[in-house]
Write a new protein. Structure first.
Length: 226
């Protein structure tokens, strides 16, 4: 079975067509769609910026893979600064052809939970902040999610408390903290990780209290008004 190498939204004609002028001709919703384009770089793609990268805090619970943590070094003016990276990884890859192949595995796709972190995800982030405090590491958080997992299982697992816990952990961190919205950052799932000293946003990313689709569902009982 052949796979397309690239993904295109209906309003896209050629790859890399957007600049400061042409993007203004898109609708607000089309601009929002760009923030979760399947080929936008994800957290793991940014690891190449750093050196000495090593994964830490591996967990097996459902949803733990939605937030990944790495110790690393960041070179600033020839100085190696130890950092703790906390990243929301919204899917397995930003390579669309590879993703199409992976999408044939329903269990793998289920494990990514549409990019929505669970209580285990935020527990992992809280542990990473504690480690960073103990090891005196600058914390850099990468935000990429449509929102926290809204299921009954996550509610029963205390996801609201976990979100509150990571907000508190970041606010009270003994080391400098930076969050970067790399793609779509929506609802409590994103707010949880932006209680930092500085919050930055990549070009064409979005930071919203609720996704347009969820808002449409609440107001109109459908998703067509997003």
């Amino acid at each position: 079975m052949s796979h397309s190498k690239h993904f295109y939204f209906p309003f896209e004609k050629i790859i890399d067509q957007y600049d400061a002028d042409t993007i203004q001709h898109l609708s607000e919703y089309e601009k929002y769609q760009l923030s979760f384009h399947p080929e936008r770089p994800k957290y793991l793609d940014y690891l190449s910026i750093f050196s000495g990268v090593g994964e830490c805090l591996q967990r097996e619970e459902f949803g733990a893979n939605l937030i990944q943590t790495h110790r690393a070094l960041f070179i600033i003016k020839d100085e190696e600064v130890p950092v703790m990276l906390i990243g929301q990884q919204s899917g397995p890859t930003s390579d669309y052809k590879s993703f199409q192949q992976l999408a044939t595995d329903p269990e793998l796709i289920k494990s990514w939970n549409h990019g929505m972190p669970t209580p285990a995800s935020y527990e992992k982030a809280i542990e990473a902040v504690a480690l960073a405090n103990n090891e005196n590491r600058l914390i850099i958080v990468f935000v990429d999610t449509p929102g926290a997992d809204p299921t009954e299982a996550s509610e029963a697992g205390g996801i609201a408390w976990k979100i509150g816990g990571i907000i508190q952990a970041l606010v009270e961190a003994k080391v400098p903290t930076i969050s970067i919205i790399i793609n779509r950052g929506c609802s409590g799932g994103a707010i949880a990780l932006t209680g930092t000293d500085i919050t930055l946003a990549m070009e064409n990313s979005t930071y919203l209290v609720i996704t347009p689709e969820a808002c449409s569902s609440i107001l109109y009982h459908d998703r067509h008004h997003a």
